[in-house]
Design a protein. Structure first.
Ligand SMILES: Cc1cc2nc3c(=O)[nH]c(=O)nc-3n(C[C@H](O)[C@H](O)[C@H](O)COP(=O)(O)OP(=O)(O)OC[C@H]3O[C@@H](n4cnc5c(N)ncnc54)[C@H](O)[C@@H]3O)c2cc1C
Ligand code: FES
Ligand code: FES
Lengths: 779, 495
């Protein structure tokens, strides 16, 4: 053990590229406007534009008639496509066959596409798409968690974890407490909307440029709708203008429509969704109701937890199996539940199909756990941080509700202790108490909350990756792998790893677009695992080539292999030195293969869902955040005054990129819990389908005092690439500290009373809680 | 008459005869010119991905403003310099704002980045800015980034935007100014005819404007097009005839008289900002929170009024101040109190072909106290759920007259007449004396529920804001009543 509580990891050799704060691989192109996104690709001659059409007055109903003649008659329209134009299956779902490309008989949510217009300009297609005459016989839609519960409608079977005997726990605990929390969903609001360009080739081939986190799945779905072999479809993704999970499965539909349009017309077809259509048609973060019950002792030590997670999945299953599982996996947050029942229902509603969103269900589970902590602390009149620490996983109290042992709890403790210190938590706690005592209108709140996030896909087979590396005879390196770049810096991190292997500078490594023809059958770039998986695969590929070069050079120059090293853009062979290009040329003449595929499968994961046993995660990523807020109790307005974050990325591959992920994730999480409110009306129509009504944070919402530090880790104890840790998703949950701080401010209005605050904490939600606190004080 | 639109780009005058009345600058750049560095993120002025810089002469100086190219019509570039992200680097050298963005890791997915770069470019060129975080976050309120969390972008701005101005644009400013002046000297009216009687017109004088508007009462008048742009991009409305008033120099005038401020209908929010802030700090803060830099650079105060929305921000504040507007149809002018202009939802006291020509805003007297609050889900660049503005006249601490106006509470911006009456005789420093006024608001308003707020919240907040105004006027310092927009706060409101 290190003094700071972290475990010792093998010391790393001095590294040249790995660990450097290099800029994003495309930084210069980003600022120059020369980074090419799908809509920026110079269109092949004759490209047509596709816009989906839908019934603006129907949420759920039977299609009685669909008159598309006025659409066809619109100037510029070349074709109108519908179910009859699909040679294969009318299904774009990732797995279950429950998402038609075009609804045929029944409309299942407001915004479901019925047809698509193909026109010479996008403008013509947009206008034409609104001209359909659609008659629908309305059926009563299920819209809310309660509607779906009453109808007992689900998209997938219920699922649960049981640990010990929760019934006995609840029956015998000395103290019981219960509550319920509603958690809103979240729109991804990637700045670049969904877009695909499909270019038909010879022999039924289709080449598709798209903005997808899961090119392989996009490829397979296109093949399915076109009724061609997977091998006839090639999907390429150079970069996305943001993904956040919103392009994991949700990009497929639009790519598939573009491909069908290209097949139907024989011309290249581009589909770029309008922002409104995008927000109306594509899935979001699941909204939840969580009912919880806990038993505890007089000191607040948890005895038992019973949590019921009701997720609103929308009209189809999409990724709800894994998403809600991950909520369950994080329903413990960082706390030990001796006995537990974690139960989940995947409810079906007639709304867009909710999907992956950074954190993939984890944030909702954790938020519920943190709410339990806050409520219990208020009830007991203790500092919430003390209560949290008391219930942390620790030696002997280290088994999760799903049976996996938490091995690295010392890291959790060290992070929280260090942050408590560096954020000056105790002193500020005092200051805030005295501020609140003398401030009738403005109330401050403070909270320090932990993050423990499981890393690995809980669907075991997704934990594999491939890479393809070529060394050319001029010494330049072509790098390709199955991961996609959506801004997270994956391409640069993997390039750093490959540069390290060959001892070259980054300019020698050519980063190339993700391409299903180069690395096949990949998983999505998701679950924070992009670098863990693809970095390792690329490292293995590079090592393979390097080992071949070493073997060749050792023989050719009669030097022992360990006297051969690759550094500073040259190869050292004992006393001799040459460039990588020179060595590559010699190896090539000697007929040595200079190309290699790398493959990696995460070890040590054994999760078996049917029996709910085994180990789902390779390791956990940890972090903690301390937030201070001020609430206006007259209006419900809220300001975040200061945020301190300490986050564990293991040994960082690129600190600048990691800090960017932490800050960006935190701010995105803060938006989810504060200003970002999705509003559906009583007819199931989404009312917040543009940035004019759906408010993600702006620059001024970020606290002026924002201190982000990487935890001084000795390295991931699990053997990840260079002992780094995944960083994509965990920081989102650091924002729970803001929500808890608001709760803390509200609690000051009437100590001992549990505030009634749901997420997001909009001014209206906060004022609602204020008023009920005041009423309870008066009553 | 001139049948072309002209603007300056990269030191060259671009002359276009084929300008469709509602073709956007963004579509022109991306679809016609293949300049795809400028991005579309929303098509409604909210995300800033499409930001370009537009340079115009202001009192002989070249001023660059950020503009949402997605909702600006191409013809509105007439007489201006257009700068896009492709134009900034010089001989392969990044512009200082671009370099700072790279150095500070200010881009992740990069899709928002060109828009940020262009906003930063305008900040770089803005004169006399305080180098503070607040200046920067305000300047960037119209640029959304979903990846970075903004911190690195703000740091990049702080490093790059407050130094001596020295770039290709400053070095060739004299030539640019000369080119803009040359274009300005061509005072012919612009009229670009289209098929079937359509046109894009940009008259150069008030008389020509009035005459044209009267002759084509069904034509769409545009000032900044920050409302009208969305009719086209979002509602897909066809507007065959468009008259832009941006070339009418008479409408740009702003005059400070001993009693108040007179503004022509061309006055943008940005231009009006310092004048409003001088009347009262709450007005300065309200103006700061209307839209974004981009929206305020194009959007006009009179457009906000003429648009007639119940949630427009300036009308309630201006009504509380006792503002009047001036209208003209053909040769006939008339003036009316602002509140009389708003008749009902979507209905204003304006005849077809009639133009709003100006606005008069009286200053506050020494015995006036004024407060104004905007409530929205997000502080910056959001539409109000409720806006409250109060002007009271005080004699020895007692209210003798009250003008209390709200937005978001009724079908129009509206005075709370019953509450106003109840306020007379009340003392702000004695809450018991104004309890009746708070209650009276329930009789004044029956607000609706929508995606921004419920009716219950609107009612509650309407009361709370009146109470807050009175508490503050009664002497409680606003550090104890507000989480944002302190009256003594950093003042930074130049155009
Ligand atoms: C992203 C965004 C954010 C916004 N935020 C806010 C906000 O926070 N608060 C707010 O109040 N508004 C906001 N708006 C709305 C808009 O910016 C304002 O209403 C603005 O004042 C409109 O002025 P304009 O010059 O752009 O009007 P235009 O769009 O040009 O015209 C608006 C209407 O007024 C008419 N009109 C314009 N000038 C005249 C005239 N002189 N005589 C007669 N009729 C005329 C037009 O015909 C049209 O009907 C926002 C808009 C956007 C796009
Ligand atoms: S595209 Fe979003 S503001 Fe123009
Ligand atoms: S970098 Fe992705 S939106 Fe800003």
């Amino acid at each position: 053990m290190q003094p700071d509580g972290t475990r010792e990891a093998p010391a790393a050799a001095a590294l040249a590229s790995v660990g450097q704060s290099l800029p994003h691989d495309s930084a210069i192109r980003h600022v120059s406007g020369s980074a090419v996104y799908v809509d920026d690709i110079r269109e092949p001659a004759g490209t047509l534009h596709v816009v989906p059409g839908w019934a603006r007055d129907a949420t759920r109903g039977r299609i009685v008639s669909l008159d598309l003649d006025p659409v066809r008659a619109h100037p510029g329209v070349v074709a109108v496509i519908g179910p009859a134009d699909i040679p294969g299956k009318n299904d774009v779902s990732p797995a279950l066959g429950d998402e038609p490309m075009f609804a045929e008989e029944e409309i299942l949510f407001w915004g479901q596409p019925l047809f698509a217009v193909v026109a010479t300009t996008r403008e013509a297609a947009r206008h034409a798409a609104r001209k359909a005459r659609i008659e629908v016989e309305d059926l009563p839609p299920l819209l809310t968690v309660e509607d779906a519960l009453a109808a007992d409608e689900t998209v997938l079977p219920d699922y649960q974890f049981r640990k010990g005997s929760p019934e006995t726990g609840l029956a015998t605990a000395s103290h019981l407490m219960e509550g319920s929390l509603r958690i809103g969903g979240q729109e991804h609001f990637y700045l670049e909307g969904q877009v695909s360009l499909a270019v038909p080739g010879e022999d039924g081939d289709m080449f598709v440029h798209t903005s997808s986190q899961h090119p392989s799945e996009t490829q397979h779905i296109i093949a399915r709708v076109l009724a061609v072999p997977d091998a006839a479809v090639t999907v390429e993704v150079r970069r996305m203008g943001g993904g956040f999970g919103g392009k994991e499965s949700q990009a497929n539909h639009w790519a598939a429509i573009a491909a069908i349009a290209a097949r139907a017309t024989g011309r290249p077809c581009k589909l770029r969704l309008d922002r409104d259509d995008d927000m109306i048609m594509t899935g979001k973060r699941h909204d939840f109701r969580v009912d919880w019950k806990l038993g505890h002792d007089a000191e607040g030590l948890l005895r038992v937890v019973d949590m019921r997670l009701f997720a609103r999945c929308g009209y189809s299953a999409d990724l709800s199996l894994g998403v809600v599982d991950r909520s369950m996996f994080h329903a413990d947050s960082s706390y030990y539940y001796p006995d537990a029942m974690i139960h989940s229902r995947r409810l079906k509603t007639h709304t867009c199909s909710n999907t992956a969103f950074r954190g993939f269900g984890g944030p909702q589970g954790m938020l519920a756990a943190e709410r339990m902590m806050d409520a219990l602390a208020i009830r007991l009149g203790v500092d919430p941080l003390d209560l949290r620490k008391r219930n942390f996983y620790r030696e002997g109290r280290d088994v999760t509700p799903y049976g996996m042992k938490v091995e690295e709890h010392a890291t959790l403790h060290a992070i929280v202790d260090q942050l408590e210190e560096s954020s000056d938590y105790r002193r500020r706690r005092q200051e805030i108490a005295s501020f609140n005592a003398s401030s009738p209108i403005l109330k401050k709140g403070l909270a320090l909350t932990p993050v423990k996030f499981g890393i690995s896909f809980t669907l075991k087979h997704l934990n594999q990756a491939g890479a393809l590396v070529h060394l050319y005879t001029d010494g330049s390196i072509h790098l390709n792998h199955g991961g996609t770049e959506m801004g997270q810096g994956l391409f640069q991190k993997v390039a750093q790893i490959v540069a390290e292997e060959f001892g070259v500078t980054l300019d020698k490594v050519k980063i190339t677009a993700t391409h299903t023809g180069k690395v096949p059958n990949t998983g999505p770039t998701a679950a924070s695992s992009g670098t863990d998986l693809n970095g390792m695969a690329a490292k293995i590929a590079a090592e393979t080539i390097r080992n071949r070069l070493v073997a060749f050079a050792a023989e050719r120059y009669q030097v022992p292999p360990d006297a051969i090293s690759f550094a500073d853009n040259s190869v050292q062979l004992g006393e001799r030195s040459m460039t990588l290009g020179e060595l590559a040329r010699e190896a090539h003449l000697a007929r040595i293969q200079l190309s290699a595929a790398g493959f990696y499968a995460t070890p040590n994961i054994t999760w078996d869902r049917p029996s709910a046993s085994g180990r789902p995660f390779f390791y956990f990523a940890y972090g903690a955040a301390c937030s201070e807020v001020t609430v206006d109790t007259m209006t419900g307005e809220m300001r975040v005054d200061r945020v301190d974050i300490l986050h564990d990325v293991g040994r960082s591959l690129n600190p600048a990129i990691d800090i960017g992920q932490i800050e960006g994730g935190f701010v995105q999480g803060m938006g989810w819990l504060t200003t970002e409110e999705l509003v559906w009306d009583d007819r199931g129509r989404l009312r917040t389908h543009a940035p004019s009504t759906y408010k993600i944070p702006t620059a001024s919402d970020v606290p002026e005092d924002f201190r982000v530090t990487l935890y001084a880790s000795a390295g991931n104890p699990s053997p990840t690439v260079y002992r780094s840790k995944a960083v994509g998703e965990p920081p989102v949950m650091l924002a729970i500290s803001v929500f808890s701080a608001i709760y803390d401010a509200l609690a000051s209005l009437n100590p001992g009373t549990i505030p009634d605050l749901d997420a997001p904490a909009t001014p209206e939600a906060i004022l609602h809680a204020v008023l009920s606190m005041k009423r309870s004080r008066a009553g | 008459m001139r049948e072309v639109v002209r603007f300056l780009q990269n030191g060259r005058v671009v002359e276009l005869a084929d300008v469709r009345p509602t073709e956007t600058v963004l579509d022109y750049l991306r679809l016609r010119r293949g300049l795809v560095g400028t991005k579309e993120g929303c098509g409604e002025g909210d995300c800033g991905a499409c930001t370009v810089a537009v340079g115009r002469l202001v009192e002989g100086r070249l001023v660059y403003q950020p503009v949402n190219s997605c909702i600006q019509f191409l013809g509105m570039l007439d007489g201006a310099e257009l700068v896009t992200v492709e134009d900034l680097a010089e001989n392969g050298q990044l512009h200082p704002v671009q370099q700072a963005m790279v150095d500070h890791h200010g881009s992740q997915c990069g899709f928002c980045t060109p828009g940020f770069v262009m906003s930063l470019f305008t900040l770089y060129h803005a004169p006399e800015r305080q180098a503070t975080r607040k200046t920067v976050t305000d300047w960037l309120a119209g640029n959304l980034c979903r990846c970075t969390g903004y911190r690195p972008i703000v740091d990049a701005a702080l490093e790059a935007c407050f130094n001596e101005i020295d770039d290709a644009f400053s070095r060739r400013a004299d030539e640019s100014i000369a080119a803009l002046q040359a274009m300005e000297q061509d005072t012919r009216d612009v009229f670009i005819p289209q098929a079937e009687g359509g046109f894009f017109a940009a008259p150069a004088s008030l008389d020509a404007l009035a005459e044209l508007a009267e002759r084509h009462p069904q034509a769409t008048l545009i000032a900044g097009a920050t409302d009208v742009g969305l009719w086209v991009t979002k509602q897909l409305r066809e507007l065959p005839q468009v008259i832009w008033l941006g070339r009418v120099r008479d409408l740009d005038r702003i005059e400070e008289t001993p009693g108040g401020v007179l503004m022509g209908a061309g006055t943008t929010f940005a231009a009006a900002h310092p004048y409003m802030a001088r009347i009262d700090p709450d007005l300065g803060e309200l103006w700061r929170r209307i839209g974004s830099r981009q929206v305020r650079a194009s959007g006009t105060v009179c457009g906000n009024i003429a648009n007639g929305s119940p949630i427009g921000d300036s009308p309630p504040a201006l009504i509380a101040l006792g503002a009047t507007i001036e209208l003209r149809r053909g040769e006939d002018s008339r003036t009316l109190p602002l509140e009389a202009f708003f008749i009902d939802y979507g209905k204003q006291d304006r005849a077809p072909g009639e133009i709003v020509t100006g606005l008069y805003v009286p200053r506050l007297d020494p015995n006036h106290a004024f407060r104004c609050f905007k409530i929205s889900k997000r502080f910056d660049q959001d539409i109000s759920s409720v806006l409250c503005a109060l002007r009271v006249t005080l004699a020895d601490g007692t209210i003798t007259e009250a003008r209390l106006a709200y937005g978001g509470m009724a079908a129009t911006p509206k005075r709370a007449e019953i509450a106003e009456l109840a306020l007379i005789g009340a003392r702000p420093d004695r809450p018991s004396t104004w309890a009746a006024a708070l209650k009276a608001l329930a009789d004044d308003f029956a607000p609706i529920s929508d995606m921004r707020a419920s009716d219950a919240y609107r009612k509650e907040v309407a009361r709370a804001l009146l109470a807050k105004a009175l508490v503050e006027i009664g002497g409680t310092p606003d550090e104890r009543t507000r989480v944002s927009g302190l009256r003594s706060g950093e003042v930074d409101h130049a155009a």
